[in-house]
Design a protein around this ligand. Sequence first.
Ligand code: AMP
Length: 282
Amino acid sequence: MIIVKKISQMRSLIAQTRARCKTIGFVPTMGAFHEGHLSLFRRSGKENDLSVVSIFVNPLQFGPAEDFQNYPRQFKTDEKFAKKGNVDIIFYPSEKEMYPDRYLTYIQVHQLTEGLCGRSRPGHFRGVTTVIGKLLNIITPQVMYLGHKDYQQALVLEKMAKDLNFHCQVKILPTIREKNGLAMSSRNHHLTEQQRNEAPALYQSLQLAHQLIHQGERRPKKIIQAMKEFIEQTSSGRVDYIECVNAQNLKPCQEIQGTILIALAAWFNRTRLIDNTRIRIT
Ligand code: AMP
């Protein structure tokens, strides 16, 4: 496994390997790896001749009051995880390398970024699309692997890749969870033991939604209300949003029908967690 910090070195490595490697798989990350990341690494390694992972805590996607400074950083442990996942190259650039002085160019996907996390985190997706656009240009993968946990992000990046003609397919892989249902996340590092025990309430609320829909409930309002009550009664989580949206265009649905996404975000003290589920109503 090679660790690369400079864009020029990354480019020359890609150029050298191009001749013998037919496909390059890419997993963009912010580090602090867990089994969720590992599932993406393994898939990328299995399906491609060369598997590249980037670790970059992207300042552009954090708001001024967000956790950029405190975001967990643990490169040494990450290296071990990456080896386990058969990663060939870790691209680990500095902030200066990615955004040199007088950096002025940004990518923005409209509509899909306006609701859900986009509403609570203005500018977040502009930061995500800008950095991923740059990484795709540097690494030139055929396939990029993303997690369902960040479903809105995955949809936004898929749209960006299509609209801007990146020659890259996007694969969205299932959310990996703890045994108690809590979606694995680097931000779980910030939870106290008590919050860790309470946070599975988010997943349980999504299961409650499944159950209500299975029983015939078709009014999004009722489902959202039941989920909110469940979270607030069984944990110290403060709901940021719970929404039922169309899974393709992310527009709020008036009635539960077709393929929908139920997505939520909640605060446990200063840690914001997200989760979602996709439901197909037949
Ligand atoms: P991050 O390092 O949090 O930016 O995540 C990097 C990639 O890993 C993103 O595509 C995430 O959606 C994905 N990911 C994060 N958590 C999980 C999880 N629990 N299961 C599957 N994929 C995940």
